[in-house]
Write a protein that binds this ligand. Structure first.
Ligand code: BTN
Length: 327
């Protein structure tokens, strides 16, 4: 870790009090001048560090996305390469552009705002400044293309676990890629992949995740009102950085094990649609069914009104529920 990271670490761990330059220098075994340089560098990166001539330095608690703060919370700091942007068109678009010139597993593009956030089925994903986190992780699994649904599943469970542990909420999954709290969508996942021409195996996969952390300053657009929600009513210091890191930690853990049975089991345990009556929407037709199961291939197993059982593949249909409609 660099001196800057070490100073950040110390200030974060002691964010309730001032730490003098001398104490920091002593603790980290560096010169006062190095401390001063690190503090300036942190200020230049946008950290709000209060400085008092007789008390020293104190990190003002905020909830602003910073690459080094995300890294601070990561378990494996070597696997991920994090960059944070103020505003992009879409982190998925950027990740794909980057992959075509410089493919790197563990690359993570984070944005504070997206002007053309993308959702599934050609929908837009509303991504205003300040209120959410939008990021895309690139992975290069040596696997067949049919494994793709497991990545959406492990991303979904990772989001639920992170939100549950950091915000004391109880998020649930609506097949296939939406996360809900209290019947409102708070997060969506868009996985995209590139396949090798030779053997149709996965060349790379990008996992795009958007989370509405707080209510946007100007509220949600009319068409999303009542459908879309957010994670927290109150600002929580460093929540966004912790959410990104916690989700990446969860994803990496599952990716390294890649136990498909365990992924499906956890996905099912967090799903709120099993045994519910829903509509599957095929070519604009609404078909009422009961969800019987989500099988090992992450297909939705449904029972039609005439008793017939059908296995639904993600991407072919969308799902509608009373009080819980999609955008
Ligand atoms: C959906 O709700 O259908 C999926 C939404 C996925 C949104 C995320 S935000 C980060 C990444 N970049 C995008 O343009 N989309 C994904």
């Amino acid at each position: 870790m660099s001196t800057k990271d070490n100073v950040l670490h110390l200030l974060k761990e002691n964010s309730d009090r001032y730490y003098s330059g001398e104490q920091i220098a002593k603790k980290l075994n560096i010169s006062r001048n190095s401390v001063w340089k690190a503090i300036n560098s942190l200020k230049n990166s946008g950290y709000n560090i209060l400085a008092s001539s007789n008390k020293g330095y104190k990190l003002e608690a905020d909830d602003i996305l910073h690459a080094d703060s995300i890294v601070y919370y990561l378990n494996d700091k070597d696997f991920f390469d994090i960059t944070v942007h103020d505003r992009v068109t879409s982190t998925n678009t950027l990740a794909k552009q980057l992959a075509s010139t410089e493919l790197k597993e563990g690359n993570v593009i984070v944005a504070k705002q997206q002007t053309h956030g993308k959702g599934r089925m050609q929908r837009a994903f509303y991504s205003p400044d300040n209120s959410g986190v939008y990021f895309t992780l690139t992975l290069c699994p040596n696997m067949e293309g049919k494994m793709l649904p497991y990545f959406t599943a492990l991303a979904a469970t990772s989001i639920c676990n992170a939100v549950a542990s950091l915000c004391n909420k109880n998020p649930k999954i609506k097949w296939v890629n939406d996360i809900f709290i209290d019947q409102k969508k708070i997060s969506g996942i868009l996985c995209e992949a590139s396949f090798s021409v030779e053997n149709a195996s996965l060349e790379y996969i990008i996992i795009g995740i958007g989370i509405n952390v707080y209510k946007p300053k100007d509220g949600f657009p009319k068409e999303l009102d009542g459908i879309v929600g957010y994670v927290s009513d109150n600002q929580i210091p460093d929540l966004k950085n912790q959410l990104v890191a916690n989700i990446l930690n969860n994803i990496l853990l599952q990716y390294q094990k890649f136990d498909t049975k365990e992924i499906t089991r956890e996905y099912k345990s967090l799903s709120f649609i099993i045994s519910k009556e829903v509509y599957i929407v095929k070519d604009k037709e609404y078909i009422p069914v009961v969800v019987v199961d989500i099988n090992d291939k992450n297909e939705l197993v449904v029972r039609h009104r005439d008793g017939a059982i059908e296995h639904i593949v993600a991407g072919e249909v969308s799902l509608r529920m009373e009080n819980c409609d999609e955008k």
